[in-house]
Design a protein around this ligand. Sequence first.
Ligand SMILES: *Cc1c(COP(=O)(O)O)cnc(C)c1O
Length: 478
Amino acid sequence: MELIFEKSVANHRCTLLPKLDVPLYEIDKSVARDTPFDLPEIAEIDLVRHYTKLSKETFGIDDGFYPLGSCTMKYNPKINETVASLKGFTDISPISSPEDVQGALQVYYESEQVLCEVTGMDHISFQPGAGAHGEFSGLLIIKKYHQSRGDFNRNKIIIPDSAHGTNPASAAMNGFKVITIPSKDGLVDLDELDKVLDDTVAGLMLTNPNTLGLYDSGILEITKKVHSYGGLCYYDGANLNAIMGVCKPGAMGFDCIHLNLHKTFSTPHGGGGPGVGACGCRDFLYPFLMNPRIIKTNKNEYAFEESGLSVGKVTAFYGNFLIVVRTLTYLKHLGCNGLREVSDNAVLNANYLRVKLKDTFNVAFDKICMHEFVLDLSSYKEKYGIRAIDICKRMIDFDMHPPTMYFPLIVHEALMFEPTETEGKQTLDKVVEILKNIAIEAKSGSVDLTKAPYTKSYKRMDEVKAAREPILRYVHEK
Ligand SMILES: *Cc1c(COP(=O)(O)O)cnc(C)c1O
């Protein structure tokens, strides 16, 4: 597809600017460019066609089934967008004084209250822009906590081998040594945990349910063990979709958490776009939480508060505000019982799909799962030379987004499905039918799956090349 710059024709225009109604001001030559800025010149119709075509080359949750494991790609209700586009929210400035933006501060305050109730935390900051950023900020808090007590020897973070890659990355970025412990039957192996616990451990990072979709029933013992050595427990909340209204990370013994508002709380997600990795903590960590915090004064007004021990700020201003507006809309829209229903149905849908597929594909750790489950396609690779990626590429031909593949790393030829609560039975049945047909193609060789997809404008991509030799700049021809 041609780039918008390549479609440019000299002097083509869309007249978008209103008539000048102020005196013309000449920009001082000392600050002006020497050469004109190279912008595409294009007529409105060509502009519309360009972006409409581009939008058809992509695939989003509004296009079809999108079962990314671990990432909770659920439908984003349109009411969220309606509320987030209200002028009172879109037209305020982050440098307004608090008395002028009481409504916005109330959104933050109320979202914090509700999410504290859901998670069993005492405070939440909405500054981090993603889950990974929340992890980084949470570990910063844990580090600061130990240091504030004069405890400078704690340089290790324990992470199970089923963890998301951002966990060890966040620990390493905070200067911690990452201690990986092997899992047993997909869960934390308590004996392995015992082996690495000592007074140099700063904390443990855990996702529960974990990335295999399994709830770690030993969780109370795990957090107790870590605490008994003076370590803290960090909860990666990316999988909260499975447990809302059922149990709370705080009750599991966690001290500090992040939530991915762009996952669990139905705000747009993907392409690295604006998210919120809300970072929560228990009371004893509050002094270290990000500055500024939003409080309600005894005059019932919202105001900012700072702590001298805080890790400081981790973003410009207060983070991605409109994502929090969407979150609060979603929370209020669903209410208390609705949230519980979300999790119940997310778990039901995952188990429905798991049971329907288990005779066709091997399920890794086949037992009742939470919101997601993992297929192990090693036998397809061995017997038919068909890999997980081939099945994924064939799914694209049937207008489904492939699930997460080759993750978690402890399962070979992994396909990780998370249908989420927003899919109906009809969709799930259709998905099962298509996947069973793809399995027949794999076994019979009637379609060469190693070359799929066949029906899209882009065929099989060289994914390694894109990662190794990315072309990130457009060079203007002159
Ligand atoms: C998505 C995810 C993260 C990282 O969150 P981002 O918002 O993508 O940075 C961390 N842990 C788990 C388990 C996840 O699924």
